[in-house]
Every structure is written in structure tokens, then in C-alpha cells.
Design a protein around this ligand. Sequence first.
Ligand SMILES: NC(=O)c1ccc[n+]([C@@H]2O[C@H](COP(=O)([O-])OP(=O)(O)OC[C@H]3O[C@@H](n4cnc5c(N)ncnc54)[C@H](OP(=O)(O)O)[C@@H]3O)[C@@H](O)[C@H]2O)c1
Length: 171
Amino acid sequence: MQLIACVDQNWGIGRNGNLLFRLPADMKFFRATTIHQTVVMGGNTFRSLPGSKPLPNRDNVVLSTTLPPGDNYLVVRTLNDLLAVLRRISDQDSIFIAGGEQIYRALLPYCDRAVITKVGANGNADRFFPNLDQHPEWSLSGDVTHQHDSGYNLTFCHYIYKGGKENETIS
Ligand SMILES: NC(=O)c1ccc[n+]([C@@H]2O[C@H](COP(=O)([O-])OP(=O)(O)OC[C@H]3O[C@@H](n4cnc5c(N)ncnc54)[C@H](OP(=O)(O)O)[C@@H]3O)[C@@H](O)[C@H]2O)c1
């Protein structure tokens, strides 16, 4: 399983229930990376989507105690139920943990990769992704690529779980 997030220079991801930046290039990257895959999100992130509608052309799984069931997304009520649903997906690399903070923190121990877009700016966030640069069990992997978008410098990075302790397994 992989996490996917866009973070600012402080690993901030959101403020007042919304994203920190409007970045068409990163949105395009997110869509291209997750299209036809499974995206997993928390109730707050789902409610922040346009019209509170699921992301199209993806299997949306939402962890929420309050969200009513919907036709084109799956709601699960507990972390254990979520893990049971994800365990049944044969291609574990097709699962993307898409936020927000509560969901990233809960699922990080079950993931072995993270796809991170870094924005070279301070978005004054009130929600954060765990800082993988300071995490002893994670390391930056391979090449990074750079792009300018809407006046911001973006760096596209991949992190991998390198161990230190056995990561949790959902199988
Ligand atoms: N930059 C990025 O890449 C990125 C990506 C995604 C989101 N974000 C941002 O992140 C922020 C939202 O993050 P957040 O931490 O506030 O919310 P969140 O993680 O999206 O959702 C939290 C909600 O998930 C449900 N939940 C969490 N743990 C649960 C559990 N163990 N069992 C059942 N339900 C559980 C609850 O929903 P209910 O209240 O419905 O029960 C809880 O209120 C927003 O600002 C959003 O824009 C940023």
C-alpha cells in the first residue's frame, strides 16, 4: 500500500478543511497516479471533495462513523473493517492512502511506499503528514523531479519503508 500526499515545507497538508494550494500540475499527477486504482480517505477529506462526491474512475473507500453509504463509494466504520476490506484487494500496490492527517497517521504503519509532492512554501497548515525526512524507518528513494506550478516550486518524491522494525502487515 502506498500513501500519496502533497505537503508544504513543514509537511503541512491542509487548513480549515481544504488543501493549502491550488496546483493544477499536482492535481494532474494525482489523477494520473491514482486513476483506476483504490483511493482510501477519511470522512473529512471526503466531505472536502467537490460536491462531497467520490473521485471519479477510482474505487473510493471512506473511513467514517457518520457518512451515509453511497452508490459509488464504500464507507467503512472502523479501522479494523477498513483493513479487512483492503486485505481482500489482490494487488496491494493499487491501494493509495489519500488523506487526510488522521488517515495518513493510522495507515502509515501498513504502507511500504509514499508518493509525496513537496511544495516550496509555507501554507500555514493545521493538518500535517508525518515528517518522513525525520522518520528513522523511511527514506527518500531514487530520483526526484522538479516542476513549477502556479508560482510554486514542486518536487515529486518517492519514499520507501526501509525497516527498523517489522512494518505492520494486513495479510
Ligand atoms: N495535501 C494533501 O495531499 C491532502 C490530502 C487529503 C486531505 N488533505 C487535507 O487534510 C485535511 C483533513 O484531514 P483530517 O485529519 O482533518 O481528516 P481526515 O483524515 O480526512 O478524516 C478524519 C475523519 O475520518 C474518520 N475517521 C478517522 N479515524 C477513524 C476511525 N478509526 N474509525 C472511524 N472513522 C474514522 C472520521 O470521520 P467522521 O467524522 O465522518 O466519523 C474522522 O472525523 C483537510 O484539510 C484536507 O484538505 C490534504
